[in-house]
Design a protein around this ligand. Structure first.
Ligand code: MLT
Length: 326
């Protein structure tokens, strides 16, 4: 199950951190972008439990949910400067600081959980980790997977690109996502994650996209009615550690920390049923999403070849997933 697997892997990391700081009890702070009940909290809680067990109660950590330690993008800067130990956040909120991980946010590149696992846990994932340390001063030490980012809105069912016209959609401050909506003919509204619920509630924006698990954890059903099962981004939510903290570990400890693996919560089916019970309506995009896919891949991919490190980086990812290169 998710929890035992998560716990096992979090235990490895916790043991190492506990042994790395033998002198004084430590109380780590973990920033979490989402509210209670999602992948991010589950990962954080498993980690804390393991840390406390392995240190015999001496060391612990606390989760600060709902962006209490700052918006997700701000926590990257805080971890880089050593004022924050850990953060659990969406990959798309790391991209502005480390463009190479943008490959994971390019529309319709990661098409399944298996794709996401294959890319993040293989050699390509390791290259992204290294570049993120260089670019952003933070190290990705674990990967969580939350499912496709579905579109929600408060105004109408959306199944075609034409339906999307006129909707005001919030996106993270992420150029790839902004350009993707532009390829679909609308100008989205870039906005910090921490401000999104209020903006939906006050109808400053009509909609947003995030995985079912996040929609549920954030109680977006209270302010959104319609869901469209678009599949342009498979959401990946890493655990990052301050590189300064990481460098305080011994080489053996570091090696084991890097082995701390995947975290997956696959409760989408149950969550969907619950959201429908709460009044949400779910639609599939028309024609197998063909128009969304065609527009996004043909116009958005070429715009980001340079920032992700060259077209060959995308081709490497596509080839390793057994898909045609561009
Ligand atoms: C965002 O939309 O800014 C993030 O993906 C939210 C999250 O981390 O769940």
């Amino acid at each position: 199950t998710f929890s035992s697997r998560t716990l096992r892997r979090a235990t490895v990391l916790a043991m190492l951190l506990a042994s790395a700081v033998p002198a004084a009890a430590r109380d780590f702070r973990i920033a979490v972008g989402d509210g209670a009940g999602g992948t991010q909290e589950a990962l954080g809680l498993a980690f804390i439990k393991a840390l406390e067990e392995k240190s015999g109660g001496a060391d612990s950590a606390r989760l600060f949910l709902n962006g209490q330690l700052g918006d997700e993008q701000d926590t990257v800067t805080a971890a880089a400067t050593g004022t924050l130990d850990f953060s659990i956040l969406a990959i798309n909120n790391i991209t502005p600081f480390s463009p190479s991980v943008g490959t994971l946010t390019l529309p319709y590149v990661i098409l399944s959980l298996e794709d996401a696992e294959k890319i993040t846990q293989g050699e390509i994932g390791q290259q992204m980790v290294d570049r993120t340390v260089e670019d952003a001063g933070v190290r990705i030490i674990g990967w969580a997977y939350s499912g496709f980012r579905v579109l929600t809105n408060s105004r109408k069912p959306v199944t075609t690109v034409a339906d999307l016209q006129g909707l005001v959609v919030r996106v993270p401050k992420n150029e790839i996502m902004i350009e993707t909506y532009k390829s679909w003919g609308i100008n989205p509204t870039p906005m910090a994650w921490s401000e999104t619920f209020a903006a939906l509630q006050q109808k400053v924006v009509d909609g947003q996209d995030n995985p079912y698990m996040t929609v549920h954890a954030m109680k977006f059903d209270e302010v959104q009615k319609y869901v469209t099962n678009i599949r342009y981004i498979f959401s990946i939510e890493p655990l990052i550690v301050s590189e300064q903290l990481f460098q305080s570990l011994s080489p053996e400890e570091q090696a084991n920390v890097l082995a701390a693996g995947q975290f997956l919560r696959d409760q989408e089916a149950q969550i969907k049923t619950d959201l429908v019970a709460k009044g949400m309506e779910i639609s599939d995009p028309a024609d197998g999403e063909a128009e969304f896919i065609e527009r996004a891949t043909t116009t958005v991919w070429p715009k980001f070849y340079d920032s992700i490190g060259g077209k060959e980086v995308l081709n490497g990812v596509l080839a390793s997933l057994g898909r045609p290169t561009v």
